[in-house]
Design a protein around this ligand. Structure first.
Ligand SMILES: [Zn+2]
Length: 326
């Protein structure tokens, strides 16, 4: 049970992301079954499996939704849509995004998850783990470390668990999205911010996927320079900036087909929040007397590009704290 050790240090906040339905309309996540009723307002009971027939649908959703709000439910209980002649659920369970199989357990008596699968994803440099529980059958050829595609069937829904009895009418997949908690959360947030600060403008200006940026002549060295400048700002403010930029670049490039969000915004004509990025760099530079010539140059270009496309978000007041540590 290697993964159960890892799991204890997992934060469940990322699952909140999936309530933003627009995320499902594009990369990076999709529903793990054919049940999409969450899109239909008022149809929550068709999507969530509550803990009992007399309980509200919210008891099948994420958060402190159980025992009068005192007990956490760390995922979504997504209802079955189809059954066999004996009333057992038969819904295929699919990978929520491209990733690699991190773990699975085919010993339902060992966990309240029953049979379950964990898949590791890298989204804009952030490691995210999806988990699918109470499965009846895990695909026999699934191997730990194997790549899976978004929407690829990995298992069949079931009712397995060593703790709770899941009745046929409540059959569901328990679905989680997790991020690994870091004991240096500020450094983790900083790494994510720097990732966005550097990769987004480069992707937007060159209109390439991460793979295209990797394959271009001098873009990775440019990104490295930008990241070093940003890290120097953080170091000057006493922040531990985590792993070396080269390690972070390698992690980001492990998803070569991904398009950064700022490029997706440009392509869809959506306003871009570039000002907070520029303001943070300027403010930190001013506070620490640290020059950032590469960042300044690239950010000036990206602001101009967004203005030309008519996509600069209206200026809003923002501070370093809001943008970096909110
Ligand atoms: Zn559950």
């Amino acid at each position: 049970m290697i993964f159960s050790v890892v799991r204890r240090s997992i934060l469940f906040a990322a699952v909140l992301l999936i309530f933003r339905a627009n995320l499902f309309a594009q990369e990076p996540f999709q529903f793990p079954t054919a049940n999409h009723s969450l899109y239909e307002i008022g149809n929550e009971l068709k999507f969530f499996a509550p803990t009992a027939p007399d309980k509200p649908w919210t008891s099948g959703s994420f958060g402190c939704v159980r025992d009068n709000g005192t007990r956490m439910h760390e995922g979504l209980d997504i209802r079955h849509l189809q059954t066999d002649r004996r009333g057992e659920p038969t819904d295929p369970v699919m990978a929520t995004a491209d990733g690699t199989v991190a773990y699975f357990s085919k010993k339902p008596g060992l966990s309240n998850y029953g049979n379950y699968v964990v898949i590791r994803h890298v989204v804009e440099g952030l490691e995210i783990y999806s988990l699918y529980a109470h499965l009846s059958v895990i695909r026999p050829d699934l191997k730990i470390g194997a790549a899976v595609k978004a929407g690829e069937v990995i298992a069949t829904m079931g009712r397995t668990s060593n703790a709770e009895v899941i009745t046929k009418d409540r059959a569901h997949v328990h679905f989680e999205l997790n991020v690994l908690v870091n004991d240096n959360i500020r450094a983790a947030i900083w790494v994510k911010f720097v990732n966005s600060l550097c990769w987004n403008p480069v992707a937007m200006l060159t209109q390439g996927t991460l793979g295209a940026i990797r394959d271009a002549a001098n873009l990775v060295p440019t990104l490295r320079t930008m990241m070093r400048e940003a890290d120097a700002l953080a170091a000057a403010m006493g922040l531990d900036v985590g792993p070396d930029p080269d390690k972070r670049i390698a992690l980001t490039l492990s998803a070569p087909h991904h398009k950064m969000s700022m490029l997706q915004d440009l392509e869809r004509g959506r306003p871009m929040e570039i000002d907070p990025l520029v303001s943070v760099v300027q403010e930190m530079g001013r506070l620490t007397q640290t020059p950032t010539p590469a960042l300044d140059a690239v950010l000036a270009l990206v602001v101009q590009r967004a203005k030309m496309a008519g996509l600069c978000a209206p200026e809003a007041p923002h501070t370093l704290n809001e943008a970096v540590f909110a």
